[in-house]
Design a protein around this ligand. Sequence first.
Ligand code: FES
Length: 99
Amino acid sequence: MDTVATVSEVPNFGKKVVSVSGREILLVNVKGTIYAVENECPHQGSPLAAAIVKDGFISCPRHGYRFNLKDGHCAEHPELVLATFPVQLNGDAILVDLG
Ligand code: FES
């Protein structure tokens, strides 16, 4: 696992983009739970940094498809899956497993 940021850098209901091993990862804080997803929509590649997060889903700003933050599955098109990554917290440090 790689330390990619600190919890204090990702405000509650906020996001932060980090670059890890050449990949852009989007960190999302929902009431203290940190999710890590690829910062690229699996539909047509739009960045998700400006996406709206609601009810456990992140909505792509381009066409509005919603992806489950836990497993990346798309609510509208199940064949589309957003890459998600396991997250661990160690004190204030956010660790992400890029596999
Ligand atoms: S590019 Fe994300 S929904 Fe189309």
